[in-house]
Design a protein around this ligand. Structure first.
Ligand code: CIZ
Length: 338
């Protein structure tokens, strides 16, 4: 690409504007390449949450989807969190609403609700623990053995966690990610025949996970895939997750080959963000995502517990005893209030 191409000029303008606005740019691993190229930090939800919590910048431009920006706002309430496109939601997160989580808990009063990070702020506020795919096993292991676990919303991730932890009393919600369900066992079989030397890395959200789990060389979060591909001596990999992931894997491993498990494993919401929208977002400081304080206060507890467990603790140090596992009154909030 020519140094003075319009594309490079736009990237330069975004970097300059970020400086003027005192903004940090966070990009999820699933974002398209050009967005990753202008970001200060690229990573999964956990890493980006940590960056959002630690940043000294006054503005966070979150190039990802809505629940991720909400998490940043929960952890950094004094910052202005903006996203390039307010319509960039998450079909998986929409599969469980706050009332579902609360009613489920009412039926299992001794249970602990574990909310995958792909949930709205109100669902997190009704949960006891949060988790990402990189720490879900560790979070569930940190919950006292005698407690039932109510895992929302991803059925495949929950099923994998149940298998990994050997927990009989783990109940799993029946949500799924549309992009990951595009990956089929038949497609994987075909690719493995074509590339017999390739290692097969699978994300636990994959719809075919329950059938193909034993075929995978490793079941990993996106950050787990980055680490694995770097350390492996293999030269080829079949990647079963959202296809935005291949950009980062290829960039960090230029001598290796990566094949998407399905050309259709794309998230329409992640793809809504573009370089042009990121520029406009910084220019006009829109679209702001702000979680109301009464919700943020409750939602912060399961997120902080997760962060503590992830950093090797047991999640019991930081106000664990303080959180009412269930407030009776539903929390009133929806996305249009942002
Ligand atoms: O944790 C995340 O960011 C998600 C949604 C997936 C992953 O494995 O990184």
């Amino acid at each position: 690409m020519n140094e003075s191409s319009p594309y490079n000029m736009l990237k330069d303008k975004i970097r300059l504007l970020a400086k003027e606005r005192d903004a940090v740019i966070l990009a999820h691993n699933y974002q398209e390449g050009p967005i990753q190229e202008v970001a200060d930090f690229i990573g999964d939800s956990l890493l980006l949450s940590q960056k959002a919590a630690a940043t000294e910048a006054s503005v966070i431009l979150f190039c990802g989807v809505h629940f991720m920006a909400e998490t940043a706002s929960i952890l950094s309430p004094q910052k202005k969190v903006i996203i390039p496109d307010l319509a960039a939601g998450c079909s998986l997160a929409d599969m469980v609403i706050e009332r579902d989580a609360r009613q489920w808990k009412e039926r299992h009063p001794d249970g602990a609700v574990v909310a995958y990070v792909n949930t709205s702020a109100v669902v997190k506020a009704a949960a006891d623990y949060c988790c990402t795919s990189s720490n879900a096993v560790k979070v569930v292991q940190a919950i006292p053995e005698e407690k039932e676990v109510l895992f929302v919303p991803d059925f495949y991730l929950g099923t994998w966690v149940k298998r990994k932890t050997g927990r009989r009393n783990l109940h799993v919600w029946k949500g799924y990610c549309a992009a990951h369900t595009a990956i089929t066992p038949e497609g994987i079989d075909r690719l493995r025949e074509q590339h017999p030397d390739a290692e097969f890395l699978m994300h636990p959200e994959c719809g075919c996970m329950t059938k193909s789990m034993d075929l995978a060389d490793a079941i990993l979060s996106t950050e787990g895939m980055v680490k694995y591909a770097k350390e492996s001596s293999a030269g080829e990999f079949i990647i079963a997750t959202e296809n935005g992931m291949l950009y980062k894997l290829q960039k960090e491993n230029p001598g290796k080959k990566f094949y998407p498990a399905s050309e259709n494993a794309t998230c329409q919401y992640m793809q809504m963000n573009t370089l042009e929208k990121a520029f406009r977002s910084l220019l006009e400081l829109k679209y702001e995502v702000k979680v109301p304080p009464h919700i943020a206060e409750l939602a912060r507890i399961p997120i902080e517990r997760m962060m503590e467990i992830s950093a090797n603790g047991n999640g019991n140090g930081n106000g664990n005893g303080k959180k009412k596992l269930h407030s009776a009154a539903p929390i009133v909030y929806n996305r249009s209030q942002c």
